[in-house]
Design a protein around this ligand. Structure first.
Ligand SMILES: Nc1ncnc2c1ncn2[C@@H]1O[C@H](COP(=O)(O)OP(=O)(O)O)[C@@H](O)[C@H]1O
Ligand SMILES: [Mg+2]
Length: 255
């Protein structure tokens, strides 16, 4: 099982949208996929049609040792499986203080690693214990970024965390790349910022994916339908972008 985490401490950059599209797109290619919703706001679960208020067993209970991970996984109509984190994870930084708390997720995922080809982890817009757990469990990080003035602000801090994870928790963690989302190539400002983002990425030893995800109405439509782009809008341009991105990602992580 290859584990990929979507991370950026900034909100609204497309972590959840990309998690959904990546899980659905890989499933569409015939892979067995587990999506993990580590954001206590449960956006990914909701976008996949799972009502978290009704979910009694969540990753919180798994981390507390009160539930098994296999019983907590929900098979979705969309074709992939979901491991819901749940609202109660919002206190995770204070609830989980024991030694080894960085490894809660990687231990849980070890139990089911044989059942999946890919695990896609969506994270909250913070660099707290949940994101640390995700990065400790992951093989690759993808950093979604919007091409705006503030995009670069958090990148150094995020890279600092990744370096610490490599040093203390997960030596093999790699940055798969930076993914530009909500991209509008007709705007000169987007092009100009793409250049500076590429320069910043180089300094961090990361690459920007050649494929950018354009802005598209299909994204919101599909979200409202609690479905995914590949099921509901296979011909939309933004779906094609995600498909190209997945091909590029697969090439990067196979080599
Ligand atoms: N390519 C896109 N085109 C149009 N809207 C998008 C696109 N990607 C994301 N969005 C919208 O932007 C908002 C934030 O995206 P989201 O994936 O929830 O970000 P994050 O998880 O990083 O907070 C959502 O309402 C989503 O519908
Ligand atoms: Mg999100």
């Amino acid at each position: 099982m290859k584990t990929i985490v979507l991370s950026n401490q900034k909100g609204g950059v497309g972590k959840t949208t990309t998690s959904n599209a990546l899980a659905a797109g890989l499933n569409n290619r015939g892979y067995r996929v587990l999506a993990v919703d580590l954001d206590p706001q449960c956006n990914l679960s909701l976008s996949c049609g799972v009502d978290m208020l009704a979910a009694e067993e969540t990753l919180y209970h798994v981390f507390k040792g009160e539930s098994g991970v296999k019983e907590t996984i929900i098979p979705l109509k969309l074709g992939f499986d979901l491991l819901p984190g749940g609202l109660m994870l919002s206190g995770a930084d204070m609830d989980f203080t024991q030694t080894g708390r960085e490894y809660m997720l990687s231990e849980a995922l070890e139990e089911v690693a044989g059942n999946y080809d890919f695990c896609i982890i969506d994270t909250p817009p913070t660099l707290g214990v949940l994101t640390v757990n995700a990065m400790t469990a992951a093989d690759y990080v993808i950093v979604p970024l919007t091409a705006d003035l503030y995009a670069l602000q958090g990148l150094t801090q995020l890279n600092g965390l990744i370096n610490n994870i490599r040093k203390y928790c997960n030596r093999g963690l790699q940055i798969a790349g930076i993914l530009l989302t909500k991209y509008n190539d007709r705007q000169n400002i987007s092009k100009a910022l793409k250049g500076s983002i590429e320069q910043a990425a180089e300094k961090l030893g990361a690459q920007v994916f050649e494929t950018c995800i354009r802005e598209g109405v299909a994204i919101r439509e599909v979200q409202l339908m609690k479905s995914d782009l590949f099921t509901e809008a296979p011909k939309a341009k933004v779906t094609q972008d995600y498909n190209d991105f997945i091909s590029e990602l697969q090439e990067r992580i196979d080599n």
